[in-house]
Write a protein that binds this ligand. Structure first.
Ligand SMILES: NC(=O)c1ccc[n+]([C@@H]2O[C@H](COP(=O)([O-])OP(=O)(O)OC[C@H]3O[C@@H](n4cnc5c(N)ncnc54)[C@H](OP(=O)(O)O)[C@@H]3O)[C@@H](O)[C@H]2O)c1
Length: 224
């Protein structure tokens, strides 16, 4: 694990990407909170994830609650929600965030075309830059766009591949790179400023659509 244990709140941690990240960071010793728009759903998923870890011999209780409650004391928040929810969620949460909180965006704005999925970037340039414009007090870092939820969920198996990390705050980016390193065999790469998130957000629909075509549903990326 990195230098210290962090309190990490997963906004919409009840879907596909959130639970895998939650399990990985719990195993690395962080305090992980599952957020949802419905408290009951957050409680149920937190309980299921705690059971998953118990089956691996690890005693761990995930925190849980409404998104607006779990973000309040968090060092790091993660937008594990679809792009459509980003704007209303930022507006609902912005008064609850600690100033200087690190906000990770794995969000990919995607639309269906007749040939497959395609990125549909917002006028701000990328989903991550949209979040940065809506949450000026937060240090937004873009990461995890090319890591399959299925592979993250498959604890304790390692997750091979690279994670390009983009952000304008050097310390926040370093922290997120440590969080990538906390997941066995994933390698963080410093992708530079947040503006490069638009390039990252272009990769995911290609990976998903190509993965279906070639029969490899959990494709990732590796830079050599
Ligand atoms: N799945 C992957 O393999 C993968 C890989 C890379 C990046 N990503 C990105 O990671 C993000 C999360 O992906 P996912 O597959 O976990 O998504 P998901 O399963 O479809 O949704 C995750 C959670 O988001 C919440 N949610 C749904 N609609 C919402 C809305 N309109 N407003 C606010 N919250 C909403 C729901 O939680 P509650 O109902 O509990 O509130 C849901 O459980 C997406 O932006 C995706 O592009 C996913």
């Amino acid at each position: 694990m990195g230098a210290r244990s962090l309190r990490i709140a997963l906004i919409g941690g009840t879907g596909h990407q959130g639970p895998g990240l939650a399990l990985r960071w719990a195993l690395a010793g962080h305090e992980v909170l599952i957020g949802s728009r419905r408290a009951e759903k957050a409680k149920r998923v937190a309980g299921e994830l705690s059971e998953r870890l118990k089956a691996l011999g690890a005693e761990y209780e995930f925190g849980h609650g409404l998104n607006q409650d779990v973000v309040g004391e968090a060092d790091v928040i993660v937008f594990t929600i679809p792009f459509v929810g980003v704007k209303p969620t930022c507006e609902a949460l912005k008064e609850r965030l600690r100033p200087g909180v690190i906000a990770i965006s794995p969000v990919v704005p995607m639309v269906k075309k007749d040939f497959g999925l395609m990125t549909d970037l917002p006028p701000e340039g990328s989903a991550a830059e949209l979040i940065a414009s809506l949450l000026p007090e937060a240090k937004v870092v873009s990461a995890f766009h090319t890591v399959s939820a299925n592979l993250l969920l498959n604890v304790p198996e390692p997750v091979r591949g690279d994670v390009v990390v983009c952000g304008d705050d050097v310390d926040a980016k370093r922290t997120v790179m440590e969080l990538v390193r906390d997941i066995p065999e994933l390698r963080p790469l410093d992708g530079g400023p947040l503006a490069y998130s638009r390039a990252l957000e272009m990769l995911t629909p290609l990976l998903i659509t190509m993965g279906k075509r070639i029969g490899q549903p959990d494709l990732g990326v590796k830079f050599i």
